[in-house]
Design a protein around this ligand. Structure first.
Ligand code: GLU
Length: 400
């Protein structure tokens, strides 16, 4: 009898984490590697949020809290949902978790039975299908390619729904493409969902604050309030407030779902870090002005990377509406031969070649369910981005 659970055989280690660790390892070994793998803002957590964490420690707020969060952090989240999304969620509708990943995991474990389907548009963030599988569900992948602006159409959504569909995941702006649904595009999806009352909506809004060119962000439950009683509106402080290491994700949703998630959490992690919860209150209630300033910095980097990558022979890079990723197609490189005589047969070959030949770490598209592409995270300085894109160009020009 195998010791490791069968479910583990169905999943793989997170490829985004793997590429980030690999780049760090190579750098530690003295290699000149530029990491564009990690989806993590290079900005620091702002000082008054750090201070709130320090004060929490000094004031002894270092004990257990309720499993799914302190009432006062839920109140700050409730204010955020009302202020920014026009959504009313009381304490009983809010779950606070150990990072956004934990929110997704709790929701899936709390709801999925064998055979339940989760519709996931591809390219998708690497962990949705594997978390679905771990929880016993079945991912149903809907391909939303470059020709559709990486967005799932209403017709595609409708065609994917079956009597076994439990959730549809909507991640806008998206990881790994940065594509975001406008109000009209979102409305077309929510109109379809109105006709299927058994389908729940998992709205991953983690990149809400990182949008460009005046793009207006909308979350599904705000676009169609009739769906609010079957939507989990998920968010977190990691990306917007540069608080990845603090590990706070949260969600608003119907009480029955929130208490089921609490049950899972009470038997697994218990509360998210008490200090991080206090810092989250400071982040959500504090001045929000700097988020726009940071988004402007990201926009400049997006423009720089899109322009430089589109100048590389064999690559095609659309301009995304948000997040800090681009997802160029490398279809034009497939079949080419490296100076060492190796034929590039897949996006994994392309990303391996970029790492080995010019020391640039990117994440291959197969990890996100749509090939041949790769993901660049441009959450790093302009100088590093220029150097990285120049190296990518050199590597691609050396192909035969
Ligand atoms: N969400 C980030 C990324 O896609 C962090 C890594 C992870 O947890 O997958 O790179």
């Amino acid at each position: 009898m195998a010791f490791i659970a069968d479910a583990l055989g169905r999943i793989k280690p997170s490829p985004t984490i793997a590429v980030t660790s690999k780049a760090a390892e190579l750098r530690a070994a003295g290699k000149d590697v530029i990491g564009l793998g990690a989806g993590e803002p290079d900005f620091d957590t702002i000082d008054y949020v750090k201070d709130a964490g320090i004060q929490a420690i000094l004031q002894g707020k270092t004990k257990y809290t309720p499993a799914d969060g302190l009432p006062e952090v839920k109140d700050a989240i409730s204010r955020k949902f009302r202020r920014e999304n026009g959504l009313d969620y009381g304490r009983e509708n809010i779950s606070v978790n150990c990072g956004g990943k934990h929110t997704i995991y709790n929701a899936f474990v709390a709801t999925l039975n064998e055979g339940d389907e989760v519709i996931i548009p591809a390219p998708y963030w690497v962990s949705y299908p594997d978390m679905t599988l771990l929880a016993g569900g079945t991912p149903v992948i809907v391909e939303a390619g470059i020709e559709n602006g990486f967005k799932m159409s209403a017709a595609q959504l409708e065609a994917a729904i079956t009597p076994s569909t439990k959730w549809v995941v909507i991640n806008s702006p998206s990881n790994p493409t940065g594509a975001a649904y406008s109000y009209d595009e979102m409305k077309k999806l929510t109109d379809v969902l109105l006709n299927y009352p058994h389908v729940w909506i998992f709205a991953d809004d983690i990149y809400e604050h990182i949008v460009y060119d005046g793009f207006q962000f909308y979350t599904p439950a705000a676009v169609e309030p009739k769906l609010k009683d079957r939507t989990l509106t998920m968010n977190g402080v990691a990306k917007a407030y540069a608080m990845t290491g603090w590990r706070i994700g949260y969600a608003g949703g119907p009480e029955e779902l929130i208490s089921a998630m609490r049950k899972v959490q009470s038997q697994s992690t218990s509360n998210p870090c008490s200090i991080s919860q206090i810092a989250t209150i400071a982040a959500l209630d504090g001045d929000q002005g700097y988020l726009q300033v940071r988004a402007e910095a990201f926009k400049k980097r997006r423009d720089l990377v899109v322009e430089m990558i589109n100048n590389v022979p064999g690559l095609e890079c659309p301009t995304p509406e948000g997040a800090f990723y681009v997802y160029p197609s490398c279809a034009g490189l497939i079949g080419k031969v490296t100076p060492d005589g190796k034929t590039l047969e897949s996006d994994l070959d392309v990303s391996t070649y970029l790492l080995e030949s010019v020391g640039v770490a990117v994440v291959h598209g197969e990890a996100f369910g749509l090939s041949p592409h790769f993901r660049i995270s441009y959450a790093t300085s302009d100088d590093i981005l220029v150097e990285a894109c120049t190296r990518i160009k050199t590597a691609c020009e050396a192909l035969k």
